[in-house]
Ligand binder design. Structure first.
Ligand SMILES: O=P(O)(O)OC[C@H]1O[C@H](O[C@H]2O[C@H](CO)[C@@H](O)[C@H](O)[C@H]2O)[C@H](O)[C@@H](O)[C@@H]1O
Length: 314
């Protein structure tokens, strides 16, 4: 018996008609309890796993998408998820959330499990180590967030543009000694692209670059900011809001007055530090576009497509 029974198989094995099986699988009225149990017994006995029908039988949605975030505590990713969820709900999809913790092996495990459950599609927050090969089976039903992966749909941010906007603003305000705190180049987007954009701006405007790349998070910002400060430094550009929060705490404790700037425009930084100059990479818009793209793909309305969200100075 093949793993995936057809509706005909179930009808034959249960001794009922196809339409009866369909009514049972779709949890409709008009079927006796006894017949319902007979059909359910066949389904259970044969290890039947047509997730859509099984879900319908349990009265659950038959349209399910998965959202795989890298970290459940990322403010950036939360902002994108916040606009993604209503877009999925509106079209009748039930989203489930999973976490990768930046581990490709975990992504592989999640995808394997999702494909066994016949999930309609996946939004995956990408990172270094995610390869086209890893995602091959999902080419038509997956959207990568925050970076592009060759051959797949993606919604990414304009990392260089975000830094150029902030550097241009700081420069226009008269700053000539601008430090940079960022993320190692192994992280291609938040790390390499944002740092290189800073270096390029410095080169083009004859500024001396002074950068440190400790990694994502508030603690690295707090621990490493001192390395880029000189007595002449008047401004500090942070590759993310979390780094800016850490750097800001350090500077406040030592009563060092600097113009801080960061990429993020997340609610915590706006609430605690409205004085920080910030660029909105477009997390909310990215969430909306990712949901729309995935729905268009899984309903055959659109082919894979790459979107880049423009950054906006706030
Ligand atoms: O301030 P945070 O919430 O820690 O945000 C930092 C950056 O998070 C995102 O980048 C990181 O996750 C991406 C997947 O969502 C991954 O592709 C990237 O390599 C990571 O650095 C976000 O895309 C950035 O804009 C945030 O600055």
């Amino acid at each position: 018996m093949p793993n995936r029974l057809t509706i005909n198989d179930i009808a034959r094995l249960s001794g009922v008609g196809k339409s009866t099986v369909s009514r049972v699988l779709n949890n409709e009225n008009g079927v006796s309890q006894q017949t319902r149990e007979r059909v359910a017994a066949v389904v259970n006995q044969h290890g039947f796993s047509p997730s859509r029908s099984a879900r319908a039988m349990r009265g659950q949605s038959d349209k399910v998408v998965a959202i795989i975030v890298t970290r459940l505590d990322s403010r950036a990713e939360n902002l994108a998820v916040q606009t993604m969820l209503p877009a999925f709900y509106e079209q009748g999809y039930d989203p489930i959330m999973m976490e990768s913790r930046f581990q490709p092996e975990l992504v592989a495990e999640h995808l394997q499990m999702l494909s066994q459950r016949n999930i309609d599609g996946v939004v995956l927050f990408g990172f270094t180590g995610i390869t086209p090969c890893l995602l091959a089976a999902w080419r038509d039903s997956l959207v990568v967030m925050a970076r592009d992966v060759s051959g797949f749909s993606s919604v990414s941010y304009d990392d260089e543009g975000a830094i150029e906007l902030l550097m241009a603003k700081l420069y226009a305000e008269g700053h000539r000694q601008i430090g940079f705190i960022g993320v190692p180049h192994s992280d291609v987007t938040t790390g390499k692209r944002r740092h290189q954009a800073y270096e390029t701006f410095c080169r083009q405007h004859d500024l001396t670059p002074r950068a440190v790349l400790p990694g994502l998070g508030m603690q690295p910002g707090y621990d490493h900011v001192a390395q880029v400060l000189t007595p002449e430094t008047t401004a500090l550009l942070c590759a993310s809001d979390s780094l800016a929060l850490g750097a800001s705490k350090y500077l406040q404790e030592r009563r060092i007055a600097l113009q801080l700037a960061s990429v993020g425009n997340t609610s915590l930084i706006n609430f605690l530090h409205p004085e920080i100059l910030t660029v909105d990479p477009g997390y909310a818009e990215a969430g909306r576009q990712a949901a729309a793209q995935l729905i268009a793909q899984v309903t055959d309305v659109d082919a894979p497509h790459q979107h880049v969200i423009p950054a906006r100075l706030v």
